[in-house]
Design a protein around this ligand. Structure first.
Ligand SMILES: Cc1cc2nc3c(=O)[nH]c(=O)nc-3n(C[C@H](O)[C@H](O)[C@H](O)COP(=O)(O)O)c2cc1C
Length: 511
């Protein structure tokens, strides 16, 4: 059964021994980070935390905060309403195998069809729990002057009290790391629409709180909402944006999933929860959000308004991302459940909760990749590579230079464009065991012959590239070399035990 609310999911986590309640007051400024980081670094992702009395500028917030709710394979599977993430991947893969596609375009179309098959289509409803409390705000006049440097709201302990209730300043929004520019909403599901086609997108882009009704909108250059924003800019029209938090956790996962532009994340969510997502229309803008969400922030981005400095922010790269100009989000309404819980995460030095979100996407979309590259056996994005910096891929190689075909193919697939390092190994190598991959990398390569440098788009958060958003990539062919690849020497056998001897010795040992 799909979860009816975020609270229901947390109840399940608690019943299954996956959640710890913290009843003492804990500060949203840096303190919750310490607790959450301890759990995220614990074996198998520790536990989820429900901070019942988070404090904001010293005052206890009436809204509890939940963190690390998807930060383990078990909790990730529970969020997807499944026994295991592998089970979901196998099911999705089975659907896609019904009729093999002949091209990437066909694979994407087929993925859309597969998601359509069952409960995927969202359903419009007139009302929902996310509107139990509704507050509207007057939109401010359009700004033409450049924005001043973002104030650190933590320096103004009275700010929460001077604003009419409730505003962003009443929510237990985290200041995650010491040098962060302020508070950041870290698990927002951002809904936008393509002004030309009407296609919806739900993406996760962090939001820096500037004041009671204004935030940054950190959609990066290559993301779908940024493309929508450019079209609104060309049209000179205000861009409606709805942000929701909470509800069935599967929405949060879907917002992070690298779906192709044009494929609605609510289809994926509906398919995964085996129940249509019920969507309710916003109060002040022409967009829909899940009726069971905990919080909804309605508003707009004015593409004609000057961009505003966003950051620094302690990022998933393990470093602070430095201030950069981003669009400003103006809030026209906040609606919420009466018993809302604020969902949050922190990112930083790996491993963190986002490792499981990213890795679940890899598992789910591996069948799609395999349809286009049938030689791919498995793929892993180790936590040390903070999402997409490092990819290990194993292939069943049957012709010369096949590893290079895979490198080029992966760099050309959606957000895999951000991958800095791709290491290709043979099919028998377990890509989820970094030690095993490094062994084969060292053993099977001649650096000059087996390395490929190329250029391409880079993650804008990558501080090491010489220019923002562009960089070089390195592919390493760590597969066994074939004569057709110019390798003329005999390839020695890998040392392995004799299985029969192993079995015999096993039977001799006491049980
Ligand atoms: C916790 C978390 C925070 C994220 N923050 C951002 C962000 O601030 N900006 C961004 O562009 N992508 C961010 N991402 C990655 C995007 O959510 C991801 O690339 C997603 O696929 C984008 O959706 P889109 O392809 O519909 O644009 C974040 C992911 C996670 C898990």
């Amino acid at each position: 059964m799909a979860y009816g609310s975020f609270r229901e999911f947390l109840d399940r986590l608690e019943t299954e021994g996956e959640l710890i309640r913290i009843s003492q007051p804990v500060a949203t400024e840096l303190e919750i980070t310490v607790l959450a980081d301890q759990q995220m670094k614990a074996p198998d992702g520790g536990k989820a935390l429900l901070i019942e009395r988070p404090t904001v500028n010293g005052a206890v917030s009436s809204v509890p905060l939940a963190i690390n709710t998807m930060g383990s394979w078990r909790r990730m599977a529970m969020a997807l309403n499944a026994e295991s993430v592998d089970q979901v991947a196998a099911e999705l893969g089975g659907l896609l195998k019904a009729k093999p596609p002949m091209s990437v375009r066909e694979a994407i179309r087929l993925l859309g069809q597969a998601l359509d098959l069952r409960h995927a289509r969202p359903r419009a409803v007139r009302d929902g729990p996310c509107k139990e409390v509704v507050h509207r705000f007057d939109p401010p006049p359009r700004r033409t002057e450049p924005w001043p440097k973002a104030p650190d709201i933590l320096c103004d302990p009275d700010s929460a009290r001077s604003a009419p209730l409730p505003t962003l300043l009443d929510l237990p929004i985290l200041k995650c790391w010491p040098l962060d520019a302020g508070r950041f909403i870290t698990l927002p599901c951002v809904v936008t629409r393509d002004p030309d086609t009407g296609e919806r997108n739900v993406g996760m882009y962090r939001m820096q709180v500037y004041d009671a009704h204004t935030t940054g909108m950190h959609w990066q250059l290559q993301k779908v909402a940024a493309r929508h924003g450019r079209r609104y800019y060309e049209k000179g029209a205000r861009m409606p944006v709805a942000v929701f938090l909470g509800g069935d956790p599967v929405y949060t996962f879907a917002a992070t999933a690298p779906l192709p532009d044009g494929l609605d994340e609510f289809l994926l969510a509906g398919y995964l929860r085996k129940r249509s997502v019920e969507l309710v229309r916003c109060e002040t803008i022409d967009l829909e959000v899940p009726a069971d969400a905990d919080f909804v922030l309605e508003g707009y981005v004015d593409p004609c308004e000057p961009l505003r400095e966003e950051g620094p922010f302690g990022d998933h790269t393990g470093y602070y991302s430095l201030p950069e100009p981003y669009p400003v989000f103006h809030i026209t309404a906040i609606t919420h459940r009466k018993d809302a819980i604020y969902p949050a995460t922190i990112v930083g030095l790996p491993p963190m909760e986002d490792f499981y979100l990213g890795s679940a996407s890899v598992k789910l979309f591996l069948p799609v990749l395999k349809m286009n590259f049938p030689e791919i056996v498995d793929m892993a994005l180790p936590a040390e590579g903070v999402f997409h910096n490092l990819v290990f891929v194993s292939i069943k190689k049957s012709y010369p230079m096949q590893a290079y075909k895979i490198m080029h193919g992966l760099w050309g697939m959606g957000q895999m464009m951000f991958t800095k390092y791709i290491i290709v190994v043979d099919d028998h190598v377990n890509v989820h065991n970094t030690r095993e991959v490094l062994f084969h990398l060292c053993a099977n390569t001649d650096p000059q012959r087996d390395c490929l440098f190329t250029r391409g788009p880079a993650d804008v958060l990558d501080h090491a590239t010489p220019e923002i958003g562009i960089g070089t990539k390195l592919g390493i062919d760590a597969t066994r070399k074939l004569p057709g690849e110019g390798f003329k020497r005999p390839w020695p056998p890998l040392i392995q035990m004799d299985p029969a001897v192993q079995e015999r010795i096993k039977s001799l040992l006491p049980r």
